[in-house]
Design a protein around this ligand. Structure first.
Ligand SMILES: CC(C)(COP(=O)(O)OP(=O)(O)OC[C@H]1O[C@@H](n2cnc3c(N)ncnc32)[C@H](O)[C@@H]1OP(=O)(O)O)[C@@H](O)C(=O)NCCC(=O)NCCS
Length: 188
């Protein structure tokens, strides 16, 4: 089922970032149902069947509201769903915030970095944002590497920002401004 025919599709060398479809629900549950993913995000674990449907349906509403574009990340030549990469948009401040996860079996292949670069590009060139931010829990080395690799700069650490999985966690915040992005990524 096509939820929104206007939803953007982004292509990278190995990946396609497209809208989630209801037919993704089984695969989404398979890859999202992981303690490792829950540890770095606010995705629930265990991940029940109904979460997948609610999540996919909420993407349509969120896109329509103009506040969130959440892409399904698929390996392009197989349309194999491997994760999610979203950008929420604060229209008043004209800034975006990216968030992502990749199924554990696919970690360490550069997929997240590749997808995050294309969403940054989308945010600055298509949505004409002035600034994009992101944060991760302090112990999340992979996320910090992704954010640095796409050119984001460390902005600061917030101590004890969230209770998460029974722990009070610090968060690490990153930012990139359009002016700096233009200098860094002119050629992608
Ligand atoms: C963060 C995450 C999306 C990274 O996905 P990925 O596709 O493996 O990322 P990449 O392959 O692009 O790797 C980026 C860097 O992180 C490193 N990395 C990947 N997994 C790692 C791990 N478990 N521990 C330490 N470093 C790791 C990679 O080696 C790479 O660094 P390098 O280029 O210096 O070798 C993935 O680990 C994940 O889904 N984690 C759980 C959910 C989460 O934390 N989401 C982020 C919320 S802010």
């Amino acid at each position: 089922m096509i939820l929104n025919s206007f939803f953007p599709t982004l292509e990278t060398k190995r990946l396609k970032l497209r809208q989630f479809e209801l037919s993704d629900k089984k695969r989404l549950r398979e890859i999202a149902n992981s303690r490792e993913i829950a540890e770095g995000t606010f995705i629930p674990y265990p991940y029940k069947d109904e979460f997948a449907v609610d999540f996919i349906e909420s993407q349509f509403r969120d896109y329509k509201s103009g506040n969130l574009v959440n892409f399904a990340v698929v390996i392009d030549n197989q349309d194999l769903l491997i994760g999610s990469m979203g950008i929420s948009i604060d229209n008043k401040l004209n800034e975006g915030e990216i968030g992502f996860w990749i199924g554990v079996d696919y970690w360490g292949n550069g997929y997240c970095t590749e997808a995050a670069r294309s969403v940054l590009h989308y945010g600055f060139t298509e949505r004409k944002l002035d600034k994009i931010i992101a944060f991760h829990f302090k112990d999340n080395i992979a996320s910090s590497k992704v954010l640095q690799k796409i050119g984001m700069e460390l902005e600061g650490i917030k101590r004890n920002e969230f209770w998460h999985m029974g722990e009070l966690k610090d968060t690490v915040h990153y930012v990139i401004y359009k002016t700096d992005y233009d200098k860094l990524w002119q050629n992608i």
